[in-house]
Ligand binder design. Structure first.
Ligand code: AMP
Ligand code: MG
Length: 501
């Protein structure tokens, strides 16, 4: 702990952190010291929990009654360490918008790895916890609104059944952070299967060399892909596993219209979880060129580019593994290239499966991709709402949208109905599949903004809690959800998001 007498009292009180359910068994800290810097979170002046995720706490084996309290606020602000915490900031690099940069946890501290009652391991990380040796020019802090936004969207992703880091709590720090104006500071407690990124491998390769990459690859295989240990070429198998899990993840994003917004290699986790909710947003009107991030001027990370960028990032990952795939460089490149070239086909297969479920289609017909693309191009022509179009498609009376009045849509609909009738499922069974795979509710930008604005300006979290309760059941359509199903008005047509806030 940094010694600041002002915080002496909160630090030394014996809160009995173990009654809170902490069960840290830390493995990352046992890696060579080049992988991280050990340091405590920087203390804050006063900490207050503003949102707390009781169900996630219970899943982790933590005691919500103990933690949703001043004692919890002290932990989630970094003022008090849980039992057996070994705080550290992770070293990593990354290609940001195509350019290599040395990065690292500039405003995050890994407290430790919680072992759940089911024996699973999760990183417990504070984000916004003060400066670290990797902070470069940054203040190490985070503002309240972006932390709440990450809380809302990451939890929404979880309930949409998309692999993701999760959010356990947001605390305010009682301190302001300077952005364009002074903003209230906050810390998010992020829960992740791990924080190993493609950028972690890039840092190992660049700074430590092949020995460090070997250690990290072994660690990653042990932690995320233990079945690969016995493979003849474990690093090639690791690359293959990453290709598959990232293809699966991005296919899931595409199926709900999620745009990550900053798919830099430091924001791609080897766990296969969505990580870093800075400038992300969900698309309303369907257009593959959609971009929300204010800094993504070229559309590098547009909705339609996400699969291609994923493959590009995986190529950076492969480069770090080459010396371990084969001692003969040409041989290594040949093997890695073959794996990387399998990406489009693997992605397409996950995507097709997901889209077919969205359309209630089972079995395989060679016209399926064409049928799906046919609908998408009509949706694009009419700027149809991505979520609602799929959700409404099977209604007896289609809503009064331009798409549904298009003669070309009537033709498409006839072909789709023929496809459904030709399969072994009844029409009702197909519709049930559609309802299970097309969310009625997503975290629409205007609803998220409304919740954030009320929380920030009035300290009133009721709008956010109502939104969260609907997002926790995204496939349910009821009177409560109808308010959240409506697309935004035209004033949201130029909605923009921001990173690093
Ligand atoms: P991100 O845009 O969140 O993916 O962050 C990219 C890099 O910038 C990471 O190394 C972060 O730790 C660092 N970073 C972002 N915000 C801050 C901040 N306020 N202070 C220090 N480092 C930061
Ligand atoms: Mg990041």
């Amino acid at each position: 702990m940094q010694s600041n007498p002002m915080y002496h009292k909160e630090k030394t009180d014996n809160f009995g952190t173990n009654s809170q359910g902490w069960n840290f068994h830390n493995s990352y800290v046992k890696l060579p010291s080049s992988f991280f810097a050990c340091l405590d979170p920087v203390q804050v002046s006063s900490s207050k929990i503003v949102v707390f995720n009781s169900s996630l706490a219970r899943f982790l084996g933590l005691n919500p009654d103990e933690l949703e309290s001043d004692k919890g606020a002290a932990i989630f602000s970094g003022n008090q360490l849980p039992e057996n915490a070994e705080p550290l900031a992770m070293a990593y690099s990354g290609h940001q918008f195509g350019y290599f940069t040395v990065l690292g946890d500039g405003r995050a501290i890994l407290l430790g790895e919680q072992i759940t009652p089911q024996g699973e391991r999760f990183d417990i990380q504070l984000k916004g916890s003060g400066r670290t040796p990797f902070s470069r020019g940054g203040d190490g802090r985070a503002a309240l609104v972006p932390m709440l936004r990450e809380y809302i969207i990451s939890e929404a992703m979880y309930y949409l059944r998309i692999p993701t880091t999760r959010a356990l709590a947001v605390v305010t720090t009682g301190e302001n952070v300077m952005r364009q104006t002074l903003l209230p500071g906050a810390i998010l407690t992020r829960v992740a299967s791990s924080h190993i990124r493609v950028g972690t491998f890039e840092a190992a390769a660049c700074q430590g060399g092949v020995e460090d990459v070997k250690v990290l690859a072994e660690y990653t295989i042990n932690r995320h892909f233990p079945d690969l240990k016995s493979e003849a070429n474990p690093c090639l198998a690791l690359l293959q596993a990453a290709v598959s899990s990232q293809a699966s993840l991005v296919a899931k994003w595409q199926c709900v219209g999620f745009i990550h917004g900053v798919m830099n290699t430091d924001n791609m986790a080897l766990s296969g979880e969505t990580i870093d909710y800075g400038p992300c947003a969900f698309m309303d009107s369907y257009d593959p060129a959609t971009v929300f991030s204010s800094i993504d001027q070229q559309g590098r990370y547009s909705y339609g580019n996400q699969p291609r960028i994923c493959q590009w990032n995986l190529t950076r990952f492969a480069e770090t593994l080459l010396p371990l795939i084969s001692k003969n460089e040409n041989e290594a490149i040949k093997k890695a290239t073959r794996v990387l070239e399998s990406f489009p086909e693997i992605f397409e297969s996950f995507w097709l499966d997901g889209m077919k479920r969205k359309l209630g289609m089972s079995g395989v017909e060679k016209e399926d991709p064409e049928l799906i693309e046919g609908l998408l191009s009509l949706m694009q022509k009419h700027r149809a709402d991505f979520t609602n179009t799929f959700r409404n498609l099977h209604l007896k009376k289609l809503p009064d949208d331009p798409l549904f009045h298009d003669q070309a849509f009537a033709v498409w609909h006839g072909e789709w109905m023929n496809r459904l009738k030709s399969q072994s499922l009844s029409i009702n069974e197909s519709h049930a599949i559609m309802d299970k795979n097309n969310p009625a509710v997503i975290p629409r930008n205007h609803r998220v903004e409304e919740a954030l604005e009320t929380a920030e300006s009035k300290g009133d979290y009721s709008v956010m809690h109502r939104l969260m309760s609907v997002l926790a059941k995204p496939f349910e359509d009821n009177s409560q959800s109808s308010h959240y199903r409506m697309p935004p008005g035209p004033e949201f047509a130029s909605y923009q998001t921001f990173c690093g806030t």
